[in-house]
Write a protein of this length. Structure first.
Length: 331
């Protein structure tokens, strides 16, 4: 079995262990609920996803914990994973109205009776999760799902696709037995979002729904990272830095980035580092920073005002404050 297959099986075993102990699940869910406030003010769609998807996948957002005679202690919630998972939405990503219409291709290769029975449920699971992200899913028929979905975009008047492929094949190490592989690919051609492809291997005795949920979380978390440009942005020597402190929430971060990008329409704005409530944006070209700020001590950025405390060529340090409602949105 490949390394990624082993890792996936270990993760799914942990998930199963959680599911077998309702008291443990409840305690971990309570800890996730408490962590909600540390994310700042969430939007309606984020609250819905937290309730429907985060709390039902407890193990994916808990780094570690101790179980002392049935009592959970020292729980470490993975806040960064939560931020990435809750970042991607059609209204936040730079995708067109056409790209918000997404083809859903779900196919089965090989013989697997139990897989055939569960495929309609998997299509519905994906459909509901895409809708929570503000996307409009278009489910392809079984016959259409055998085709390359990219060839159907024009015909279906869609601009993106999600492809789910369940592959049942003979196990070379155990004659007469089969193994299952599940692949998921998300693609938004022509957008700033990269193609996200994930794969997991599992024996037929394990749940396909668990495998698909795992792939969904990994895929949409990568799309969230693409939306935020956190942790994998390409930082160049040509860029300067704009440091902002007192950033209150994930949504404030997203709105700040949009506002800064509007001030630098010909440049590039990405998150370079996030430490607590302090965010350092990289802005390229570097020369645009001082030109833009000039002699300003307060810089309006969307619904916020950035109070500049320090500035030089290629560097600005500031604190963010929300602007009064009467002036918000006016740059």
């Amino acid at each position: 079995m490949k390394a990624w297959g082993l890792i996936a099986l270990v993760s799914m075993c942990l998930t199963s262990a959680f599911a077998d102990d309702p008291a443990l699940v409840k305690q971990l869910q309570d800890n996730l609920q408490k962590s909600r406030t540390r994310l700042g003010s969430l939007k309606g769609w984020q609250d819905e996803i937290f309730d429907a998807e985060v709390l039902s996948a407890t193990s994916r957002f808990i780094r570690d914990y101790k179980n002392e005679r049935g009592k959970v202690t020292q729980v470490q919630v993975d806040l960064e994973a939560l931020k990435r998972f809750l970042a991607f939405h059609a209204s936040e990503a730079q995708i067109s109205s056409e790209q918000q219409k997404i083809l859903v291709s779900a196919s089965l290769d090989g013989e697997c009776d139990s897989c055939t029975k569960v495929m309609p449920e998997l299509r519905q699971l994906i459909k509901s999760r895409l809708e929570r992200r503000g996307l409009t899913p278009i489910i392809l028929s079984v016959k259409e799902a055998k085709l390359d979905p990219s060839t159907l975009l024009t015909e279906k008047k869609a601009g993106s696709y999600l492809k789910l492929n369940v592959i049942a094949e003979e196990d070379p190490d155990h004659p007469g037995e089969k193994t299952l592989r599940v692949k998921m690919e998300n693609r938004f051609p022509g957008s700033t979002l990269g193609t996200v492809s994930r794969e997991v291997e599992l024996p037929p005795s394990d749940s396909l729904e668990v495998a698909v949920t795992r792939l969904w979380i990994e895929s949409v978390s990568q799309l969230g990272a693409d939306t935020l440009r956190v942790g994998h942005s390409e930082v160049s020597d040509e860029g300067g830095e704009w440091k902002v402190s007192n950033v209150g929430s994930l949504n404030d971060l997203i709105e700040l980035k949009k506002g800064l990008q509007a001030r630098f329409p010909g440049g590039r704005v990405v998150e370079k580092e996030i430490v607590g409530n302090e965010v350092t944006f990289e802005i390229a070209p570097k020369s645009a920073i001082l030109d833009n700020v000039a002699k300003l001590s307060s810089v309006p950025v969307g619904d916020f005002m950035l109070k500049v405390s320090n500035k030089s060529e290629g560097f600005v340090e500031s604190t963010v404050e929300r602007r009064p409602a009467s002036s918000a949105g006016v740059n």
